[in-house]
Design a protein. Structure first.
Length: 86
């Protein structure tokens, strides 16, 4: 099975770097799981053309390009704020 490439929006990378290191490592490791079978971990985000990904109290909104095998993390934030932004 071909691996997907996981790409982060620059704002997501910046957000992760500001988190407590243990949370940053945990989230980055969870995002790596998306390389092999992203749809196993993703849920369709109702009313949008993207997917949501849950890791602890944090949520990510993600686009998947199946033809180019790219998982693009658009937004990552605490669950209290994530759905207000979109």
């Amino acid at each position: 099975m071909d691996e997907y490439k996981v790409k982060l929006h620059p704002n997501v990378d910046k957000f992760l770097s500001k988190l407590d290191p243990q949370f940053e490592i945990r989230i980055r490791n969870r995002l790596k799981l998306l390389r092999n079978d992203p749809f196993h971990y993703l849920e369709h985000y109702e009313g949008e053309k993207c997917y949501k990904f849950r890791t602890g109290d944090y949520r990510a909104l993600i686009d998947v390009d199946q033809t180019r095998k790219i998982v693009f993390v658009q937004v990552l934030d605490h669950r209290k704020r994530i759905y207000k932004e979109k």
